[in-house]
Design a protein around this ligand. Sequence first.
Ligand SMILES: [Zn+2]
Length: 253
Amino acid sequence: MKPGRIINNFLLVLVACLCVYVYLVLFPQVLFKEKVSYRNFNIYSNERIDNKIFEIIDNAIVELRKSELYDSTKKQKIFFIHDSFYNRLTGDYNRELLGYHEFFINNTMIVPKVDVKENTLIGIDGRLHVLAATIVHETIHSFQENRYGFFKVLRTPEWKLEGYAFYIARSSKVMNNGHLSVEYARQCLNDVSKYQTRKGYWLYGFMTGYLLTEKGITLDELMNDSIKYQATLDELIKWYWQNRGMYQLFASI
Ligand SMILES: [Zn+2]
């Protein structure tokens, strides 16, 4: 065979491999043995998915309905990728995450090993997390794109996207009787020193919760460029110290 032909064949194989790789990254459904379809969710895994998943999805939807972004017609794909070929294919680069959402192709990946029966997953820091809350968090990202579009979401600062997802997924902790929970803020501050909580998502959640509830702005206003990170953080800190002071005052009476 002529050298030119060998190079051509080699390039052909290379391009074919690249195409297969891109296809599998975009449409990894074929890499998973198990699939459960329930309501608007498709869940993929290599291990048998316990029937508890139905209750988990039901509960996740109850939480998702707290968001005005909820859309029951929007299909969701959730992949349990721990120890999967997909994970090796993508270089295992997301090990420290609980989950991540891929915009545009609308795939949600749950990273650590899940225990569906117990509704849990264990983060890389060893802490136990609620699987339903992680599903809610990542699904909110899907709804953000559904409402605002891919390009708007791309331009939106991380603290707003993550903050809103955190705020909805943990609303029962972030909020207390319709107000931000000072106790939960205190607990998160303690966790920061203990676990070095990743990227301060909890703080973004409080900033978002502060704007939407204490300040009463709308979600569309939150997405507006005029709402800035530093100004919001300054206001939240002021709010926290005022309320913390009040809490201590009441406690001392
Ligand atoms: Zn997120």
